[in-house]
Write a protein that binds this ligand. Structure first.
Ligand code: GGG
Length: 377
């Protein structure tokens, strides 16, 4: 059967385990597409397919070409419906060169200003939080993804004065527009969730300019959402709250650096960084958005076929939502939950399955929901 809608997806596996998890996610998405249009649980969604184009960019490309991606790469990517990204970072390239040369080059130039990072507690996955055994936990970190501490502003100077005398400035940029758009995004997201609450995170006692501007904007925007609960919490206190009172969280909005750190903490609390999904969104859709697992390239396990594909597969579910396929996204999430509940897990989450076994199990779970028409896990 010919797919009624074909989405053009740019795959950029990049480095280390990125190659393995993107291959896994592509297999799962293609299986889902194969079933589309004839799945009773797909509801009103008609058949869809994916036209993939894979790009060889990353640290190996750097070794051959002296840059992380093709100089025309952004122009090429612009024409795609979405980007499916693996991980960046390898020992042959300084981390700041690889990150700015590829991932940040894309997120910044495509104004993917909203980075959505759900903290999802999956059945059958042990959390280091004892509370997770007693109550459902589920929150989303919304990361400002275009400015803040990752604005790339600053410089190094005075190395000519000799060893020990160099200086560096790294400036964080907070614009009122940048703060407002991410804070409004967080409030709008909170309205779609069972608990309507936004927790804003800054360090405004110590950082009296950028953080205080953020806090002022947060108060102003909150007035437009009287139905949504709010709190403003310092980042140090929020890191404690993640551990001690995670049940109080629904949407957590923070600057680029703070949310980067907090979302890693959140995914570790949910059991492993290997589980965590993310979406780098350009909500205006002027540019393609990019979907990637939160984890990095994991050189210690790369190439061994044992990495956890769940973060990449759940990122694919976020991509399906973005492409207007929420029923397919929910089916995929339910399939992942069925697999973890059945104890089919990689080593990082206490299992003994490899990447391929987990991926095959997700595809099989999709096939079973196709047969039963059920979307429950
Ligand atoms: N898949 C995510 C990834 O490759 N992360 C590498 C990294 O260091 N990212 C920094 C960031 O998220 O800003």
């Amino acid at each position: 059967m010919r797919a009624q809608k074909c989405f053009r997806i740019a795959a950029i596996p990049a480095d280390g385990v990125g190659k393995e998890v993107i291959a896994a996610g592509r297999r799962v998405l293609d299986a889902l597409a194969d079933q589309s249009g004839r799945n009773p649980a797909g509801g009103a969604e008609s058949s869809f397919g994916f036209e993939w184009r894979e790009f060889p960019w990353g640290s190996e490309y750097y070794a051959a070409h002296g840059r992380m991606m093709d100089p025309e790469g952004l122009d090429v990517l612009r024409g795609f419906d979405a980007i499916y990204f693996g991980a960046v970072g390898w020992e042959n390239v300084p981390d700041h060169v690889s990150l700015w040369g590829l991932r940040l080059n894309i997120t910044q130039n495509f104004d993917q200003w909203a980075n959505v990072r759900p903290v999802t507690f999956l059945p059958g996955i042990e959390s280091p939080l004892r509370k997770a055994d007693r109550m459902p936990l589920d929150w989303v970190v919304v990361r400002e993804n275009s400015e803040g501490e990752y604005a790339g502003l600053g410089g190094r100077n005075l190395s000519g004065r000799g060893p020990g005398n160099e200086v560096a400035v790294q400036t964080a940029l907070f614009t009122e527009k940048g703060c407002e758009r991410i804070i409004r995004f967080a409030f709008d997201l909170a309205r779609t969730r069972p608990v309507r609450k936004v927790s804003s995170v800054t360090k405004s006692n110590a950082q009296q300019y950028g953080s205080v501007l953020w806090d002022d904007v947060f108060k102003r925007v909150a007035a437009d959402y009287p139905d949504v609960g709010t709190e403003s919490v310092l980042v140090d206190a929020m890191s404690a709250k993640f551990v001690l009172h995670p049940e109080d969280l629904s949407v957590v909005v923070a600057s680029n650096l703070f949310a980067d750190i907090l979302s890693d903490l959140g995914s570790a609390l949910a059991g492993s960084l290997g589980l965590a999904a993310s979406a780098n969104l350009n909500p205006e859709r002027r540019f393609p958005s990019m979907f990637e697992p939160v984890h990095g390239s994991a050189p210690d396990i790369a190439g061994r076929g044992i990495c956890n594909p769940v973060g990449a597969i759940l990122s694919a579910a976020l991509m399906l939502d973005h492409l207007g396929l929420p029923a397919a996204a929910r089916r995929l999430e339910a399939a992942v939950a069925a697999v973890t509940a059945a104890g089919i897990r990689t080593r990082d989450v206490g299992g003994s399955s490899d990447t391929e076994e987990v991926t095959n199990a997700v595809i099989e779970a999709l096939r079973l929901t196709e047969l039963s028409g059920s979307v429950s896990g």
